[in-house]
Design a protein around this ligand. Sequence first.
Ligand code: RP5
Length: 171
Amino acid sequence: MSHPEFDVQVEPAPLGLEGLEEVGPLVGILVGSESDREAMEPAVTELDERGISHEFHVLSAHRDPRGVAEYASTAALRGVRVIIAGAGMAAALPGVVAAYSDLPVIGVPLTSSKSVMGGLDALLSIVQMPPGVPVACVSLNGSRNAAILAARILAQGGGYPAPPGRPTLEL
Ligand code: RP5
């Protein structure tokens, strides 16, 4: 592949997305690092309880930008309808996903032991998207709310029943 501006040959990096199912689940959960996995477990539990199919991938906007681009630009084609993206520190992941996909993107700012502002840095990164590239943002470490919001988005125009023991939403 040649770059039109710089007259150099660029070999595409292996994307490592071969494991993706051709027909995707309804919700894609992405995190920027393996170290973010635990903070996103409430989202996984919430979606499981609601019987909403989901997948989980570690894809860093900074360490694997091509992989993020490939995932985001093909997710809708695979049937994914909402993407939840959790990240800490510079937290570019939700915004980059929204740059490559028209799907609703819910960002989850995460605390990190390496954060200089205890998670405020990630929150500010996620809420300051430029006009035209929207990312919804839940609270710091608010992955459960991200899953509930995803369920409510999915409930528009069709509906998923509330999980057992919870009131059905009147839409
Ligand atoms: C962010 O940097 C990740 O989302 C994570 O929260 C943070 C630290 O990542 P690691 O250095 O632990 O991989 O991109």
